[in-house]
Structure formats: structure tokens, C-alpha cells
Design a binder for this molecule. Structure first.
Ligand SMILES: NC(=O)c1ccc[n+]([C@@H]2O[C@H](COP(=O)([O-])OP(=O)(O)OC[C@H]3O[C@@H](n4cnc5c(N)ncnc54)[C@H](OP(=O)(O)O)[C@@H]3O)[C@@H](O)[C@H]2O)c1
Length: 256
């Protein structure tokens, strides 16, 4: 695998969960790592710069600091993201705008700030962190899913416009066993049960997502741009095959 020695990797939301694992993986591969988040952790991976990734002013200031200190950016992992869950009917407008600010507009702004800092001869790469919620709607994820779908589209547009100088790809995780997701499911045992329902029999670990990011940013992926790499443990069996007798009978499968 490519050595990232001499390359600068910026990881947004690189202080917890998936982002921290991504930052650690790039550091282990030799990169100089910069992590951006709102609060400084007790022990940061790489150089920490405080920034709210939903604020274009903060993003511009953070990349100015990166430019002054390191002079270049080779890898940008747009990992900071998320949105409060909630049904579409009464989802607050302010929260919906905040979700798009963080998951879409913040990513666009970070990419715009990164571009002039990339080598003109190519080799730089952006990896966006999407979600299966952006490809498969489910109740309670209307706004989050819409924002991640927009991010997937933005990924492909940037890949077209910025080739061959910057490759742009998206990692699309299913559920990933982070502290926040474990809390969301009500604890480690409940989270493990959800994982057992996946074809691979477990949820992804943050390191699984980090591995996908490292590959997409590496020279081995030199011809990969505009791609969505699903890391979802095999996905989901369609419920209508197992559980809907009507659908099963219509398909002649007896509901299996
Ligand atoms: N976990 C999953 O199951 C899962 C599944 C699919 C996709 N994803 C996606 O993966 C990404 C990471 O998720 P995660 O579960 O690892 O999250 P997490 O554990 O909650 O960590 C989020 C990270 O992002 C930072 N962050 C959050 N809001 C920010 C903001 N406005 N500005 C700057 N930094 C911010 C946090 O630091 P501060 O709070 O200090 O700012 C933290 O470093 C997200 O884009 C999420 O949508 C996660």
C-alpha cells in the first residue's frame, strides 16, 4: 500500500469515532495529519485545529492555518457530519438547514479551500463520508438521508470537474460501532444485536471505514474517482422477500 510520507491529510471530525480511526490510519501510513473539530480532545491525533465544519468562516480560517503551517494538502477526508433523527412531518427547519450546512455546504467549502493547496500535477484526493441513509430511505432519516444523497451527488460533480488534479470519492458506511451509535441503540448489547442482523454478522468498526478511506486516497486507486464504496457488511436482505407473503407469492418464492 502507498506510503503517505511527505503528504498532508486533513480529517474533519477527526477526534472521535470514525474520524479518529481515519486520522490514526493515515498517521500510521506516514501522513502528516491535521484534525478539525469543534472541541479539542485530551489527546489529538496529529495537529488539532478548532473549527465548526458547518461555518464557512471557520473552515476558511482553518485551511488558512493549514496553508501557513504545512503549505499543501494531499488528502481531505470530509468525515464530520450527521443530523438529528426525526420524521419529515415536523422536522424543524433550523435543524434541516444545519444538517445541510454540515453535511453538504461545509464539505463543498472545505473542498474549495483544499483545491488551491493541492499539487498542480495531480495525486491529491478527497474522500467524503456518506451513509446508506442517502441511498435507502428509512423512517426518521428524511433530512439526514437527503443531505447524504446530496453529498453523493456533489462527490460525482467534483470528480468530473477536478480531474485529473484531484480525485473525489465517497465511502458509504452502514451502521458503524462508534460510541455515539452504541448510545443511540441503547448500549453495547443492543448494538451487537443489530450487528448480528447484518449479512456479515457484525457492525463495521471505525477501522473498517478507515481502511476504505486509505485505499481510496492511495495511488492504488489512481483511476478511481466519482465512486461510492459501500462498507455495509453486505447490506440488508430485502424484507419483502422474507416477510411479505403477498410479494413472495407473486414472485413464486412462497415468501422466502
Ligand atoms: N456511526 C455510524 O454508524 C455512521 C454510519 C454511516 C455514516 N456515518 C457518518 O460518519 C461520519 C462520522 O460519524 P461518527 O459516528 O464517527 O460520529 P461521532 O462519533 O459522533 O464523531 C463526530 C466527529 O465529528 C466532529 N463534529 C461533529 N459536528 C461537527 C461540526 N459541526 N464541526 C466540526 N466537527 C464536528 C466531532 O467533534 P466535535 O463534536 O468536537 O465537533 C467528532 O470528532 C458522519 O459523517 C456520519 O454521518 C456514521
Amino acid at each position: 500500500m502507498t506510503s503517505f510520507t511527505g503528504r498532508v491529510a486533513v480529517v474533519t471530525g477527526g477526534t472521535k469515532g470514525i474520524g479518529r480511526a481515519v486520522a490514526a490510519r493515515f498517521e500510521a501510513a506516514g501522513a502528516t495529519v491535521v484534525t478539525l473539530a469543534r472541541s479539542e480532545p485530551a489527546q489529538a491525533v496529529g495537529r488539532f485545529i478548532a473549527a465548526d465544519l458547518a461555518s464557512s468562516a471557520d473552515i476558511v480560517a482553518a485551511f488558512k492555518a493549514v496553508a501557513e503551517e504545512f503549505g499543501r494538502v494531499d488528502v481531505l477526508v470530509n468525515n464530520a457530519g450527521g443530523a438529528r433523527p426525526g420524521r419529515a412531518l415536523d422536522y424543524p427547519e433550523e435543524a434541516a438547514r444545519a444538517a445541510f450546512d454540515l453535511n453538504v455546504l461545509g464539505v463543498l467549502c472545505a473542498a474549495q479551500c483544499m483545491y488551491p493547496l493541492t499539487p498542480e500535477h495531480g495525486g491529491a484526493s478527497i474522500v467524503n463520508i456518506g451513509s446508506v441513509a442517502g441511498t435507502r430511505p428509512s423512517p426518521g432519516t428524511a433530512v439526514y438521508g437527503a443531505a447524504k444523497a446530496a453529498l453523493a451527488s456533489l462527490t460525482k460533480s467534483l470528480a468530473l470537474e477536478w480531474a485529473p488534479r484531484v480525485r473525489v470519492n465517497c465511502v458509504v458506511p452502514g451502521p458503524v460501532l462508534t460510541e455515539s451509535l452504541t448510545a443511540y441503540y441503547g448500549g453495547p448489547e443492543a448494538a451487537a444485536l443489530v450487528g448480528q442482523g447484518l449479512p456479515m454478522g457484525r457492525m463495521a468498526e471505525p477501522g473498517d471505514i478507515a481502511g476504505a478511506c486509505l485505499y481510496l486516497a492511495s495511488d492504488e486507486a489512481g483511476q478511481v474517482s466519482g465512486a461510492e464504496l459501500l462498507v455495509h457488511g453486505g447490506g440488508e436482505a430485502p424484507r419483502f422477500n422474507r416477510e411479505s407473503g403477498a410479494a413472495g407469492r407473486a414472485a413464486g418464492t412462497g415468501g422466502k
